[in-house]
Write a protein that binds this ligand. Sequence first.
Ligand code: NAP
Ligand code: MG
Length: 476
Amino acid sequence: MSAPLLHWIDGKAVPSAGGTTRAGTNPSTGGPGAEVSLGTADDVDFAVRAAHGAAKGWRHTGSLDRGRILAAISRRLLADLDELAAMESADTGKPLALSMAEIRGAAEYFEFYAALVNLPVGEVLDIQPNLHVYTLREPLGVVGVITPWNLPLNQAARACAPALAAGNTIVAKPAESTSRTTVALARIGSEEGLPPGAFNVVLGQGSEVGTAIVRHPLVRKVAFTGSVPVGQEIGRIAADRILPLTLELGGKSANIVFADADLEFAASEAVRAFTTNAGQVCSSGTRLLVQREIQERFTAAVVAATRKLRPGHEVGPMITRGQWETVRRYFRIAAEEGATAEVGGGVPLDSELAAGFYVEPTVYSGVTNDMRIAREEIFGPVVVIIPFETEDEAVALANDSDFGLVGGVFTSDMSRAIRVAESIEAGQVYINSWSTQSVQMPFGGHKHSGYGREKGIEALNHYSHIKSISMRLTGR
Ligand code: NAP
Ligand code: MG
């Protein structure tokens, strides 16, 4: 057994104050996985103090130097791609190619924000002759970054790169089951020039370590990616502290296909939308709204494409045992609600996969938008198909959801595409493609999907605040 994974605090690997560790689980085999340190509020306090101590120095490091360090981190993520991807796939069971793509994405976050270190700028305001008034964009201080297990390194980078670019320091807490690559990112950061304390990682459970980060008086902002109930819990603590948050929560996103769309392409995109990362993506397209006149034909195309995706090959396992149990519970709920599994609806029978957390990619028909399988986020490779007649009905169905993360529209009528895209209550809408994810595009939610925005230039506004300074001038 290899040595347990340690926290990364003040530029070095450190064990827990309490010395406790816990072995994880390998999702592909159900056998033992990495052993990680379990932190407590004491470890969080140590890390937050290190981050607080580093804040002034990092903020006042020249912006070109800060940019060079972020760019060097980006290059190192690419140089170490094979090693990092192997680590990520071992923790998550993802196909290696997917881990590699996610880590390239992580490198892009550092590349993009490295070039934007000078962007949080202020203005000079011409108000009256005897006043010199200007605004400054200032970092917030210590930022807590709490991330889930579905895209571990990629999501850590998504928050940490803009937070560092805006001049903040970080205490990150990855999901307990998928901690390794976030520690590797912090280590790489230190090796590439981040001052000690600028980027700390505390490992352990959300209820202990996550809560301690949100409660710590020296933490000035929390960026949380995860589930709605935990987002709500963090929000309650934040309300008492008047703590700014970015909440990136779940989704139940509608993908609308009109009869005039390029149906072959729309079907392949619809399948990609709910099976990528075995459906463990917040921006999955899990409600497929299909115009009734093409319903039969389109369903057949989606089912045929879904059948080609084999668990253990193109599709990885559920990343945690808990998530595996959740998806299987929804298979039972779907049966109770009277939905028809056109394909899937269970676990694969292949004996080689029996011990891993695999489920079959699944397409349900006979679904109405009021069923639980249409309203609740399943977070597995499961899609429900719901027919509609008119554009108005499609928009109403799309918006009849507690969530509002993304949406999709497939049509050859560009006026309609724009009308529908602008009517969907979501942070981002994709026309004639699913999930054109790029670091430049702001990303975030409406309703229960959260608030604040990650990515793009916009994210910098969520990791800084503006200060107005006015000075009375004499002699004029
Ligand atoms: P989760 O249970 O909310 O966990 C997310 C993170 O929060 C983990 O690091 C977790 O720690 C920690 N945590 C748990 N309880 C906490 C508490 N009381 N206080 C502070 N932190 C706490 O979510 P998950 O089950 O891991 O991930 C799946 C969910 O994330 C889905 O709903 C999905 O939609 C959402 N998600 C959203 C986005 C987005 O960008 N909008 C992206 C990915 C995932 P431990 O688990 O290690 O204990
Ligand atoms: Mg959880």
